[in-house]
Design a protein around this ligand. Structure first.
Ligand code: KG4
Ligand code: ZN
Length: 352
């Protein structure tokens, strides 16, 4: 089954061509960083307009790179939610129209399910069941994954997502947007012992997270250390290293607890923060000690991309799901509402 995948939920236009027999054939990604950089964050209207400009040219490029024509496609998958409503509507309208014009099925994909299944695109991928740590700009969740669509939420952030905390801490130090990768780069040259930041909610039981106190600790440290409102580069690097260590420790402690609680050995990390090297390294060591293994997508598929949408959409189309002709996107959409793929063929449409 040859599937075109479209991702337009936020500030990246991702397009991919995936074949259920041959795997990923081609993918293209356009990042809107330059469009939003001067505003210090994503401007939804600008994001939508840029997706309008870029999606179709990327579809043509990806199809040519895959060596196929649109007429050879068997289905189209697009991100249906969660995300920015205008941005989602661009991918959904294009995906739906293409499918209608070609007389093939289309399916709306849950963005976080896309992230969660991204490790399946790699040669070494986990068998079900496993625990998933989903860490992106909008989500921090621990999920028990029994199969595709069989998701039980074990814990989540009660306030900021981990990626959001990275971005806000970076912004406080005047680092350019997007802050997470910039802060992480700076942390490489910093002393992670200079400031003592909290590991929130780790001293009490449970699998929920909270990152707002850590953000406050960073703000207080900046105020204490700044001379006439300016932080020297050395201190910025030290704050970055201490902040990164605190977030990574917190995530690792909760992942370990989730594995012990579920009795499972394997963990996957997905979502933008999954590109963080320290997080990968620490989770690798932790799972190894427990006799398990950690799986993650290659770095470029940790952040938003079309390949994960094409893969997830392909699994759902293979199970008989398809969107009806109405066009709906779902800006807020709990992943636990998804249909299990086993029951997908008997369920109606698989979407709220
Ligand atoms: O999954 P993603 O591309 O978009 C969302 O669905 O949110 O995740 C983006 C988030 C941003 O908050 C970004 O700062 C963070 O992932 N991020 C990182 C790194 N790379 C991206 N955070 C920490 N370290 C990184 N290397
Ligand atoms: Zn994402």
């Amino acid at each position: 089954m040859l599937i075109l995948g479209l991702e337009t939920s936020c500030d990246e236009t991702g397009v991919a061509v995936y074949d259920s027999e041959r795997g990923l054939l081609a993918h293209r990604l356009y990042s809107q960083i330059a469009v939003h950089a001067e505003y210090g964050g994503v401007v939804p209207e600008l994001a939508s307009r840029d997706h309008v400009r870029k999606t179709l040219p990327l579809v043509n490029e990806a199809m040519a790179a895959a060596g196929h024509t649109l007429q050879e496609l068997d289905g189209v998958a697009y991100t249906q939610g969660p995300g920015l409503v205008g941005a989602l509507l661009v991918g959904a309208s294009l995906g739906r129209s293409l499918a209608w014009g070609l007389g093939i099925p289309a399916v709306g994909v849950h963005h976080m399910e896309g992230h969660l299944l991204a490790p399946m695109l790699e040669e070494e991928s986990p068998d079900f069941p496993f625990v998933a740590l989903l860490v992106s700009g909008g989500h921090t969740q621990l999920v028990h994954v029994a199969g595709i669509g069989e998701y039980t939420l074990l814990g989540e952030s009660l306030d900021d997502a981990a990626g959001e905390a990275f971005d806000k801490a970076a912004k406080m130090m005047g680092l350019p947007y997007p802050g997470g990768p910039e802060l992480s780069k700076l942390a490489d040259s910093g002393d992670d012992k200079r400031f003592s930041f909290p590991r929130p909610m780790t001293s009490r039981p449970g699998l929920d997270f909270s990152f707002s106190g850590l953000k406050t600790a960073v703000r207080t440290t900046i105020l204490e250390q700044a001379v006439e409102g300016v932080l020297d580069e050395h201190t910025k690097a030290d704050i970055s290293a201490c902040f990164q260590a605190a977030v990574v420790d917190t995530l690792a402690i909760k992942c370990k607890r989730a594995l012990k609680q579920t009795g499972l050995k394997n963990l996957i990390i997905a979502g933008g923060v999954g590109a963080n090297k320290l997080l990968r390294q620490q989770l690798m060591e932790m799972t190894k000690k427990l006799g398990g293994q950690v799986f993650y997508p290659r770095a470029e598929f940790c952040t938003d991309n079309g390949a994960m949408i094409a893969y997830a959409g392909c699994q759902r189309l293979l199970a008989g799901e398809q969107a009806d002709l109405s066009l709906s996107v779902v800006p807020r959409w709990p992943m636990t509402e998804l249909n299990s793929i086993v029951s997908a063929s008997t369920a109606s449409q698989g979407k709220p």
